[in-house]
Design a binder for this molecule. Sequence first.
Ligand SMILES: [Zn+2]
Ligand SMILES: [Zn+2]
Length: 343
Amino acid sequence: MKALVVGKPESYKVEDVPVPQPGPGEVLIQVKACCVCGTDQHIVKGDFTDTVYPVIPGHEFSGTVHGLGEGVDDLEIGDMVSIEPFIACGYCYFCQIGEYNACRNGEVIGMSANKGSLKLDGGFAEYVVVPRKNVYVFKNSSFEEASFLPNLNTVVSGMKRARFQPGDSILIIGAGTMGLLYVQLAKANGSPLVVITDRAQNRLDLARELGADECVLADENQEETLASLTPYGFDVVVEGVGNSKLLEQSMKFVRDRGRIIVFGMAPKDQLAELSPLAINKRNLEIIGSFSAIFCGKATRDLIDSGIIKITPLISHRFPLEEFNDALAQAARPEECIRVVVNP
Ligand SMILES: [Zn+2]
Ligand SMILES: [Zn+2]
């Protein structure tokens, strides 16, 4: 089969490799769509510290069931599926208390080399093997829609961590893929005021199409504009970019007793300056949200029911052979939302 193999940082090509075989409890998937995520760019560059090379990347994919390992009897060949990419060990301290995404031995499909019998190769390939427990079946979606399960999963998790309630107002900072998913999920959850900010007008226009009530250009007037929309601040603010300055700003936009979700991934060496006294006196909650836990079924249903619109978020499509172009396109976020590769 054809697969994108990253031999070492900055060195990758589409090669012929053997089709993996599903072991006990595993499923062979024929990949139909695989999103290019920021993490894939880091894996290719070599600055994602957890990566073990050589690796076939790709952790946001969908396809059809092509083979079943021993003991897997509840799937049919041909089922449309997507996956949760995180594989928890099941026995460490955190797994034993049910906090799987803090697992100390966790692995992510598409981010590391295979480990013994554990297959970790990802979806930039014609076929991939994954554990049955990571698989979700779709009935009414396209392959591209289904490939968004891992993306939307983290947003569903963020909303749960925010304890988002019908009637809550929300400010989302950053109208990238994740911000646009937050917009839709907040609307679907009964928010009367969904506001999004970004520096790119074309992204804000898309946010409006997807249901945002107010789309505010992140320029020198934004503070004033946001204050005019909700005089006491937002119930929930999502810092979706991953920038310490934006986290500091979030403090101005959240209401007293409100929640700030730190969702974007900031560079390791960035530190934010926050007033402990303000956090204390205003009863603020600053909540980190990374990865997802126990959200796969909800996420699958949100996509499969059509409640969350995925297709408008896909701006570019490439065959696997043109991965290089796909990667280059994804590195120009001002021109694109999500890039999908069709192996
Ligand atoms: Zn990703
Ligand atoms: Zn564990």
